[in-house]
Write a protein that binds this ligand. Structure first.
Ligand code: SF4
Length: 493
């Protein structure tokens, strides 16, 4: 049987898509290998960051130089944009799959394995959420599949990511997603619950529901009458679930019912990533975000009333066209007032085809960088204060891996399911742990350092005596001993 290798650029949605393709190919009897020896390479692309096409073409060059006989499938946002020009310029590309075409990957791989000279593309957007599991039925009868095969990972994952919708209709001025992922399409509730149950049956207790704008789940033609808040209650009552997260909500569409769910459901994590993007009403309007800073602050107030221990993180764009010093100061003010515990902040840059790319009042790169630096300094102070405030508290940590092993350092070259947002923190922490001067409690022959996360998404290293055997996926009670630069150190209690 053929072998394959996955390379993933971009967000958690892409990581999840690649994981599904990998699972599907294994189900077909294929096996995963390193890039040098793979018969096929699956390259899943992203166009959110700068120069995405350049990055994809350069990765294709690396694949060709490393393994000239490998046949390549390019999928995702850049494949959607570049289409069949990809194989016109790269002879080793045989399959091009747009965002909705990823569901066709197993069939496409099987056809190319049989007919090696074929070229296949699936670039059309579908009207409904692509039904992936039915794509596998030609290979095996669904009834005969072992429990968990369709929805679960090959590995013993401690956290699961479940797609609930795809695409977006918002057309924020700076964003390429509506063009590359197409209009929003909700997945059927029964299919979501089925996949969640499969994960839970395998012992996963931490589930993240994924979509570009999860709040409007069910409000498109693919909806089956279940709203997002109703979906939260349905998932929260499944047997075995301990933690439930959502990525990504939109502040404009965050209904009172969803706020209420945060108050009612103890499994809904007290950490919410709520993109603000800018603090000034003028810039928010120019971005087409559909809310004001007052609306955002009111929403945060309501969330804090509903769930008093909630902490927020956010996305911010600095130096959007037309941003004045006063506009930027509004962003700094909002960051302070909401007290974000972390943020993903970027200097604005053009994405061809978007409204913002046509705007003429661009900000000079040097000024963008100067503002970004000021924002990063303020955010770092807030993160430090947040981590410091955790010292001494008693909480619970989901154990994921031994700290000493850099298990996730190869995220861009594999299909492992880890949120990209956590990679930097984890790798930083692995470095810190190797420095004996930085810890008061060190793993030695009598104990082991485990890495995991608390309910707020903080990376926590837990020192556990060897005689107390633990396994990945356990949730253990801990006492936080000390805050470190981007993480926490804890002991079992
Ligand atoms: S809500 Fe705006 S920023 Fe988010 S995916 Fe849709 S268009 Fe892009």
């Amino acid at each position: 049987m053929p072998s394959f290798h996955c390379i993933t650029h971009g967000c958690q949605m892409n990581v999840n898509d690649s994981a599904w393709v990998a699972r599907s190919l294994v189900l077909m009897g294929w096996h995963e290998s390193d890039m040098e020896n793979a018969d096929f390479v699956f390259l899943n692309t992203c166009s959110v960051r700068e120069k995405p096409q350049h990055r994809v073409l350069s990765t294709l060059g690396v694949i060709r130089d490393t393994n000239p006989r490998a046949k390549v499938a390019v999928a995702g946002c850049v494949a959607q944009q570049m289409g069949e020009t990809l194989w016109e310029r790269n002879a080793h590309v045989h399959i091009v799959l747009g965002s909705d075409g990823v569901a066709m990957a197993p069939r496409a791989f099987a056809r190319i394995a049989k007919h090696p000279n074929l070229r296949l593309s699936h670039l059309d957007f579908t009207d409904t959420f692509p039904d992936r599991d039915s794509q596998l039925l030609p290979f095996k009868e669904q009834e005969s599949l072992p429990t968990g095969t369709l929805g679960a990972s090959l590995k013993n994952d401690t956290r699961a990511f479940v797609n609930i919708m795809q695409g977006c209709d918002n057309y924020c001025a700076y964003c390429i997603v509506p063009y590359t992922r197409g209009p929003r399409k909700s997945r059927a509730t029964a299919s979501i619950l089925h996949e969640c149950k499969e994960w839970l049956a395998r012992g996963t207790c931490d589930i993240t529901l994924l979509g570009q704008n999860v709040n409007v789940f069910g409000e498109d033609d693919g909806g089956d009458g279940t709203s997002f808040s109703q979906l939260l209650y349905k998932v929260a009552e499944l047997d075995g679930i301990k933690r439930l997260h959502v990525v990504t909500p939109h502040p404009r569409d965050f209904s009172n019912e969803i706020v209420q769910a945060y108050g009612d459901l103890s499994v809904l994590a007290p950490r919410l990533h709520l993109p603000l993007q800018a603090g000034s009403d003028a810039i928010l309007k120019s971005m087409g975000r559909g809310y004001t800073n007052t609306h955002y602050l009111k929403l945060v107030e309501n969330l804090k009333k509903a769930k008093p221990n909630i902490a927020l993180s956010t996305d911010l764009i600095v130096g959007f066209p037309g941003e004045t010093e006063e506009d930027f100061k509004e962003t700094l003010r909002m960051v302070k007032e909401v007290n974000f515990i972390s943020s993903f902040s970027f200097a604005y840059s053009d994405r061809p085809g978007t409204r913002a790319s046509e705007m003429t009042n661009k900000i000079a790169p040097a000024l963008q960088q100067e503002r970004l630096n000021r924002l990063i300094v303020q955010q770092a102070e807030q993160e430090e204060q947040w981590l410091k405030s955790r010292e001494g508290i008693e909480t619970e940590v989901l154990l994921e891996a031994h700290s000493k092993k850099p298990k996730y350092s190869n995220i861009m070259e594999s299909h492992q399911e880890r949120p990209a947002s956590l990679i930097h923190q984890e790798n930083s922490e692995i470095t810190a742990l190797s420095n004996p001067d930085t810890n008061t409690v060190e793993p030695d022959q009598n104990n082991t350092s485990w890495q995991g996360h608390d309910s707020w998404g903080n990376t926590v290293n837990v020192i556990i005596p060897n005689h107390l055997e633990q396994k990945a996926g356990s949730i253990v009670p801990v006492r936080i001993l000390r805050a470190k630069r981007h993480s926490l150190l804890a002991e079992l209690r």
